[in-house]
Write a protein that binds this ligand. Structure first.
Ligand code: GLN
Length: 449
């Protein structure tokens, strides 16, 4: 049974919501999962949280950026509206890397900490969404991924993270990072919950012309494809654990096949060129005039005014404005941006051929969960490179799911399964089968009944 139906059937203590919020707020002081938590008297159903880059009417929405402090959206995102209509209850806004820029959840004023051990990062950019899912018994998180922001934090925090086919869930009300890549998705403690929520929020929306109601397939392929170039650079411990998992799958009857895809390493540069180009145009709207932070000092000259306003952006956002503006400037556009688009098309074609035959499986990250200390030592380029496994499906808009497959030194390890466009439900079916013989661990169970 999914958690939503189970929750509806269980009897709740009279002060269920107030005691849950109290416990959550206390733990949140330590982990920084939430930017905002609702007050208990507004709650009455199964709880959902929303990544802080999705608009909730009248609730401060900042995408964890200082430049959006105080922004109160006058409308609800389509996803929030659909969940409310279905009787779910809005719990709060979750922490994230500023505007979605990052892989470890550290590009925010208050970095979110891993619930298994707070010396470790929680993964990003949907850091808070993954922590909330990991610490709460009856809850689902709405998150968003551009290049891996659902898979990575889900893996580091030991929960299931689903990124649908591009266009399956409306992006209306999302603070865009890169429109041609952004997908809204779901995190939960089990795959059945994801299926339930996906059914409620997917489908055509007149406010988002890229969102359609398509016919889904559900081909649970019996073949698992491992791409050699993706497996080659793994941390030795990750490689060992992952290959043990692959053996378990072959014992369950899956056929394992190795394939080579030499140019898969072009996915990272292409992704970052496209993502930064789009991000740099999206960030142009934050000028200290209209949304959130207002610069009221009109004694400054033109340059001073905008320089001071834009200084509210964090270092990673500034880096992306500079690089994104460069790659799409007239003199170098053909060298970078246009080429990146061609690589994306090539990858979609080549990977689609492979996916006709089977699922693509890999770990989520090539490295073990870093401590904050370790993460600090990585250069921006080194951080971008850790996205090697999550970027291909995101760049191509393929649905994928991240789920715990093992634990090492008390920390969860996540695998990522990818399938063809619109075969989303097969992912949940696969993970559900896995869950029938593997128990996930959680350190907290806030709101348990
Ligand atoms: N780490 C990637 C980036 O910074 C992906 C983040 C995301 O999916 N929002 O672009």
């Amino acid at each position: 049974m999914n958690s939503i139906d189970e929750f509806a059937q269980k009897s709740k203590k009279e002060n269920y919501y107030s005691s849950t919020i109290e416990e959550l707020s206390k733990l949140n002081k330590k982990l920084n999962a939430f930017n905002f938590i609702s007050s208990s008297n507004t709650l009455n159903g199964f709880l959902f949280s929303v990544k802080d880059n999705l608009c909730v009417k009248g609730v401060e929405t900042t995408a964890s950026s200082k430049i959006l402090k105080g922004y109160l959206p006058p409308f609800d995102s389509t996803v929030t509206e659909r969940l409310n209509k279905n009787g779910l209850s809005f719990l709060g806004k979750t922490n994230m890397d500023e505007f979605g820029f990052g892989s470890f959840g550290v590009n925010t004023e208050t970095p979110a900490k891993n619930p298994f051990n707070d010396k470790y990062v929680s993964g990003g950019s949907s850091s808070g969404a993954a922590i909330a899912t990991s610490i709460m018994r009856y809850h689902i998180a709405i998150a968003e991924s551009t290049g891996g922001s659902i898979s990575t934090p889900a893996a580091f925090c030991g929960v299931v993270g689903f990124t649908p086919t591009y266009g399956a869930i409306s992006r209306y009300g999302l603070i865009d990072y890169a429109n041609s890549l952004d997908k809204i998705g779901i995190m939960a403690r089990k795959s059945e919950d994801i299926t339930y929520i996906f059914n409620k929020i997917k489908g055509q929306d007149n406010y988002d012309t890229t969102c359609i109601s398509n016919n889904f397939t559900k081909e649970n392929k019996k073949k698992i494809i491992l791409i050699d170039q993706l497996i080659e650079g793994l941390d030795p411990e990750i490689e060992k654990e992952f290959m043990n998992f692959v053996v378990k799958l072959s014992e369950k009857g899956y056929i394992i096949e190795h394939k080579k895809l030499p140019f898969i390493d072009k996915a990272i540069p292409s992704y970052y060129i496209i993502a930064m180009a789009e991000a740099s145009t999206n960030l142009a709207r934050y000028t200290g005039f209209k949304y959130g932070f207002k610069n009221n000092d009109f004694s400054q000259n033109y340059n001073e005014f905008f320089t001071n306003s834009r200084d509210m952006l964090g270092p990673e956002a500034k880096r992306r404005i500079v690089l994104g503006t460069f790659v799409r400037s007239a003199s170098v556009k053909d060298q970078y941006y246009s080429k990146a688009l061609k690589v994306r098309t090539l990858l979609i074609n080549e990977l689609s051929k492979l996916l006709k035959d089977g699922f693509i499986l890999s770990p989520v990250m090539p490295i073990k969960t870093p401590t904050f200390e370790d993460a600090k030592k990585l250069s921006p380029l080194e951080v971008y490179k850790t996205d090697i496994l999550t970027i291909p499906p995101n760049l191509c808009g393929f649905p994928h799911i991240s789920f715990p497959y093992s634990y090492s030194n008390g920390m969860p390890l996540g695998a990522q399964l990818v399938t063809s466009h619109w075969n989303d439900y097969a992912l949940m079916e696969f993970v559900s089968e896995w869950e029938s013989s593997f128990n996930y661990n959680f350190k907290y169970n806030i709101g348990a009944l």
